[in-house]
Each structure stands twice: as C-alpha cells, then as structure tokens.
Design a protein around this ligand. Structure first.
Ligand SMILES: [Zn+2]
Ligand SMILES: [Zn+2]
Length: 391
C-alpha cells in the first residue's frame, strides 16, 4: 500500500516536472528557448518556401486581383473571339435585309410617286451611301491594324509587352483577344472581329459615319410609309379579332361578349381585306424603319464619341490613360498636354490622310485605299500642324 502511494506521488511529481520543463522550453524567456527558436526557424523556413513560389518585387494588390480574375478574362476573351464571327455575319445579314427591302418595297413606291429629279436624287445618294458602307466595312474587317515588327531593334520603344515579350513603341497596346500588340490601338471591335488600330482606324470611323448617315436617311425617307404600314397593320389586327373561329385574347375577349355586328354600324363600309403580299409589305416596312432608327440612334452616339476622341487626338485607350495622367500632373501644379494632339482640324486631316483640298473629295467622300500618315512606330508632327508642339 505504502509502495503504491509512493509510486503514485512519484508519477505526479515526474509529470509536473516534465510540464514545467515544457512550459520553460516553449514560453520561457519569450521563446528564446531551444524549442521556441526551432519553431520560429521552422516558421520562417516555410514562409520563404511559400514566398519563393509566388513572390515578385512588382507584386501588389492590382496584380493579385488580376491573377484572381484571370479565368474570367480568359473566358470573356475567348467568347468575344468566337462571337466576333457571329457579329460580322449579323451585320452583313441585317444590312442585306435592309437593302433587299429598300429595293423590293421602297424603290417601286418612289419610282411610281416621286418626280424624276427626286427619284434621281434618291438613287444617287442611296447607292453612294451603300457603296461607302460596304467598302469601309470590308476594309475595316480585312485590314490588319498593324503590329510592332519583331526583327527591328532600332525603333524607339517605350516599354516591353509583358505578354509578347517584345518592345512596345508609343501608343501601342496589347490586345488580349487578338493576343498581339496593336499599333495605336483604339479598341477591339467585335462587330468587325478585328482590332481598331493605326492601319484601319480611318476605315472604322468612316464605316460608323456612313452607316449612321445611311440609317438616318432610310429612317427619315421611309417615315411616311412606316406610318401607313403601321395603321394598316393595326386595322387588320382589329379585323382579325372580329373574324369568327379565331383564338381571341386580351381586349378581343371583351368584343367576343358583344353580339355579332355590334362593332360595325349599318353605314360603316367593311374594312379592306389584305392579301398575304400586302401584309408582308407592311411588316417589312415596319421592320426596316424600327431597325434603321434604332441603329441610327446607337451608332450616332458611338460616332459622336469617336469624333470627340479624334478632335482631342486620343484613342479610346489613351482617353483613360491621359485622364489619370492629367490628375497626377495637376497635383504637381502642372498642366497635362497630349503630345499627339496636332490641332482639331489637323487631327481629322491626319486620320483621313488629307494633304490637299481635293483629298476631301477623293479620300473622304469617295472610297480610297491610301495608307495612313506615318508608320505607327514614331509620331512626328505632320507638316500641316497648326498649334505649337504640346509637352
Ligand atoms: Zn503584346
Ligand atoms: Zn484585338
């Protein structure tokens, strides 16, 4: 008995001693014991191992966010790349449908009702506008926007592209959808399935301009026909509601409660019966007017925005960069001036490639395949610059 009590006491004393030693090792002297040192060493070792996998001196919250959103960017880029083909087919199909309706429905009415000089005016303007739209759309989609040359090492560069690992000249930006660097990049346009850059900026802007003009022209010139077609559709819709045996819904249910012939008094003439061809004609006119009016509204806003950018000598990408830069420089008490702004009229002259007065007709009002001013690598002031060089 006495031996058992002694051994129990001995066990407790031993455990207390071990615990005391453990606590001394772990916490004693603020972790300066051998175990504390080993644990701290182990922790710093794993931190170095972990950091060696991702640490970069340029790593900040922006790059971390970019890394997190990388799968979403990848998905959007790929979808835009594939939808580009669908969008181009849609533009071609919708434009062709409008042209077919104009030829089959609107033109015969114009030929039968208008005097000769107005018919000639419509024929000339309509065909000129159509040729300008088709030419600029074809050129905008098929012309390469321009890429920095891989082999040249003597060109003035500003930075390196992190994706292509090639030097980037001024105004060049990387397009993640095309997966290439684009000279004077404006934006990637899904409606063209192409980037808008140095070599096709003029074609893109002219396409927007002539498409807007064409849609406004169609919308205004078919306005009277649209009102007539709309009234006709309304009248045969109400007529259809009165026909027996038809499925009636909405307000038609109320009419169905009334006795037959109640809505039509004895002195009213019967509503005209429309043939399938007439109904198709009316619906085509409504489709034409609604489509051209809505495209005219949307595209005129886009064309206006791009006109403002050209007036300021900026691309869509530079608009954001310059705004940030202007704020930064303003804090230093200085004024930011865009180095690519050559004067309001000169900016348009540079874009359209106008070097003499006759070029306004031959290069702007007629289809022209002339190359843009400069090579897209260097940005010297053109000779018709009107204001002093900005800083
Ligand atoms: Zn690049
Ligand atoms: Zn692109």
């Amino acid at each position: 008995m006495g031996g058992a009590t002694r051994s129990w006491r001995w066990l407790v004393a031993r455990m207390m001693r071990v615990l005391l030693r453990w606590s001394r090792l772990c916490c004693g002297g603020g972790g300066r014991g051998p175990l504390g040192r080993r644990l701290r060493l182990l922790w710093s070792y794993w931190r170095v191992v972990l950091k060696s996998l991702y640490f970069n001196s340029l790593c900040n919250s922006d790059s971390m966010l970019d890394a997190v959103f990388e799968p979403i960017y990848w998905l959007v880029d790929n979808l835009t790349r594939w939808f580009g083909v669908v969008f181009v087919c849609l533009v071609v199909a919708l434009t062709c449908s409008v042209v077919v309706i104009v030829y089959l429905c609107v033109l015969p009415v114009i030929l039968n009702t208008y005097p000769l000089h107005r018919v000639l005016g419509h024929l000339c303007y309509g065909h000129w506008n159509l040729i300008m739209v088709a030419f600029h759309y074809y050129k905008a989609t098929s012309t390469s926007p321009g890429h920095p040359p891989q082999e040249r090492r003597d060109m003035p560069t500003v930075t390196m592209c992190k994706k292509c690992i090639v030097p980037k000249p001024a105004r060049t930006h990387h397009c993640s959808i095309c997966n290439r660097c684009i000279l004077k990049m404006d934006h990637h346009c899904p409606w063209l399935n192409n980037c808008v850059g140095h070599f096709n900026h003029r074609y893109f802007f002219c396409f927007c301009l002539y498409m807007t003009l064409g849609c406004v022209y169609c919308s205004i010139s078919s306005m009277d026909m649209f009102i007539e077609a709309y009234n006709a559709v309304e009248s045969y819709r109400s007529l259809d509601l009165q026909l027996p045996g038809d499925k009636v819904t909405g307000a038609g249910l109320l009419y169905s409660l009334l006795p037959p012939g109640y809505m039509q008094s004895s002195y009213q003439t019967a509503a005209p019966q429309y043939t399938f061809r007439e109904r198709l004609f009316h619906k085509s006119i409504i489709y034409l007017w609604v489509l051209t009016s809505s495209v005219a509204l949307a595209l005129s806003a886009l064309t206006l925005w791009h006109s403002i950018l050209i007036l300021r000598g900026e691309t869509s990408v530079e608009r954001h960069i310059n705004r940030k830069e202007a704020q930064r420089i303003k804090q230093q008490g200085k004024v930011f001036r865009n180095p690519y702004h050559f004067g309001r009229v000169s900016n348009f002259k540079v874009l359209f490639g106008v070097e003499k007065r006759s070029h306004w007709v031959t290069r702007v009002l007629l289809p022209s395949s002339h190359p843009p001013h400069g090579d897209g690598l260097t940005w010297d002031a053109p000779r018709h610059r009107t204001d002093p060089m900005a800083i």
